[in-house]
Structures are given as C-alpha cells and as structure tokens.
Design a protein around this ligand. Structure first.
Ligand SMILES: Nc1nc2c(ncn2[C@@H]2O[C@H](COP(=O)(O)OP(=O)(O)OP(=O)(O)O)[C@@H](O)[C@H]2O)c(=O)[nH]1
Ligand SMILES: [Mg+2]
Length: 260
C-alpha cells in the first residue's frame, strides 16, 4: 500500500514537452519513445515508478538564480533578497509521466567559492545536471565550462542529461538577450546540453523547463531499464546473489583533498 499522497494534478505529463529551441535540444522528437510508451502501457517500467528517484543537481556561479529557479517551480515563490545557499539544499518533486509515478530530487548547490567544496560532495550519482548562468552576465556563461567539468568529475558523462539554463530573462532587453543567446546556444551544442532561458521572477518557461527535465529523465530511465532487463523481462524481481560484486566497494568515493 502506498503511503504517499497522490501526485498533484499539475504535475501530470501526458505528452512529451518540447525543447526551448531545436538548435540546442537533447532530442527533437515530438513524442516519447515508442518503447517507453509501450512499457508504460503494459506497466513494465521496472524500478521506474516504484522506488526510482532521479537525482538532479543544479550548479552555477553565485547569485545567478539557482535557488530562485527551484523555488519558483517547487513553491511558486520568489524572493528578491539574496540569501546565499550554504552547502546544499534539496527539494523533492513528484510527477506522473505517462501514468507512471516519477520523482525528481532537485539538489540546489552553493555557487560561492567557500561553500563549493561541501556542495561538490553531493554531485555524485546525478542523472541530470542543470548548469545555470545569468543572461545579463557574460562571465557567468563563460564559467559554465568549469561547472560542467566539476560536475562531470563525479559522474558518468554517457548517462547524464545536461541542461544549460539562462536565468533573469526579465532583466534583459530583447536585443541584449538575443546577443547572449547566440553564444549560449553555441556553447550548449558544444557541451551536448539542452538550452533554456527562464525567469524566476515572472515564471516564464520555468514550468516548461522542469517538465522537460522530468520527461527526458523519465524516458532515459525507462530506456535504461529496458536495456538492463535484456533477456530478463522488465518488471521481474531482480535477485541479488551472494557472489554478486560488492557494490559498496565499487561505489567507494575517491579520496580527495577537498575541504582539508
Ligand atoms: N530579476 C530577477 N532576479 C532574480 C531572478 N532569479 C534570481 N534573482 C535574484 O538574484 C539573486 C540571487 O538569486 P539566488 O537564487 O539566491 O542565487 P543562487 O544562484 O542560488 O546563489 P548561491 O546560492 O549563492 O549560489 C536574488 O536577489 C534573486 O532575487 C530572476 O529570474 N529575475
Ligand atoms: Mg542558492
């Protein structure tokens, strides 16, 4: 029996949300992958929908608007006063995608140099990385390369979905914005990231963006389950044998000099 309340009606995804721009999109298909749709219809999504939670990390320079972006989506609030995130915070968001419950764990990390060290210890195991910059601050866009590098030290690039997100769109004129968009789209293509531009103040594109993150993460998770199942049927019970490799040894963290 589930102890969780039902998913909010405004977190139900029935159609694949479209990218912000086709020039820098993770994919431009109009619909969810047909194998994923079939698996959902047949309730054969394996661990997805039961206990799978997708970890999403949000990184970027200090004060670019990471916390405000998350708060606009999760709490529908906006605070004009800057309060630096110390280390990390996280929010859980529950969705229903193609009839299957799916949760995102959104990790809001600190951009300030002195907290970066603590924050980076939470980067590991991300299924999606959201790199945030301020569309009014070219330096914050330049720094996204470094954020990407830091986030990828802890993750497997082949299985992470990347998003490059420009915030504070409300503060820029159309002319200023289109200038930075060109560079951002180019950079997103280079990074193999999907580009979005949003405003936490007005709410522009915030919901659309997180729905896209949830949907693409969901799709990737179900596809991974289908691959993994191989000869095994998805939905079957996975038995762990005593001679299985030691997951604890495998996942032991690399020693680092961070925060020493
Ligand atoms: N006009 C406008 N201001 C914004 C927007 N998003 C954030 N801000 C402002 O920018 C400042 C910093 O926002 P935060 O969300 O706290 O920044 P952060 O990236 O979380 O910063 P750290 O936690 O230090 O890494 C605050 O004063 C916000 O009110 C936006 O979309 N539009
Ligand atoms: Mg913050």
């Amino acid at each position: 029996m589930s102890v969780l309340p039902p998913v909010r009606r405004d977190r139900v995804v029935a159609q694949l949300p479209q990218p912000f721009t086709k020039e820098a999109a993770l994919h431009t298909k109009n619909e969810f992958n047909s194998r994923v749709k079939t698996a959902c219809q047949e309730h054969k999504t394996g661990t997805v929908g039961r206990f799978k939670i997708s970890k999403v990390i949000v990184v970027g320079d200090l004060a670019v608007g990471k916390t405000c972006l998350i708060n606009r989506f999760c709490k529908d609030t906006f605070d004009k006063n800057y309060k630096a995130t110390i280390g990390v915070d996280f929010e859980m968001e529950r969705f229903e995608v193609l009839g299957v419950p799916f949760s995102l764990q959104l990790w809001d990390t600190a951009g300030q140099e002195r907290f970066k060290c603590i924050a980076s210890t939470y980067y590991r195991g991300a299924q999606a990385v959201i790199i945030v910059f301020d569309v009014n601050d070219v330096a914050s866009l330049d720094h996204t390369r470094q954020w990407l590098q830091d986030a990828m030290k802890e993750n497997d690039p082949s299985s992470v979905l990347l998003f490059l997100v420009g915030t504070k769109k409300d503060l820029s004129s159309p002319a200023q914005y289109s200038q930075i968009e060109q560079d951002a789209v180019k950079l997103a293509e280079e990074m193999k990231a999907e580009y979005w531009a949003v405003s936490a103040l007005s709410g522009e594109n915030v919901r659309e963006f997180f729905f896209r993150v949830a949907s693409l993460s969901f799709e990737a998770n179900v596809l991974a389950e289908l691959e993994k199942s191989g000869s095994r049927r998805v939905g079957d019970v996975v038995r762990i044998h005593s001679n299985s490799s030691n997951v604890y040894t495998m996942s032991r963290k690399k020693q680092s000099n961070c925060c020493k």
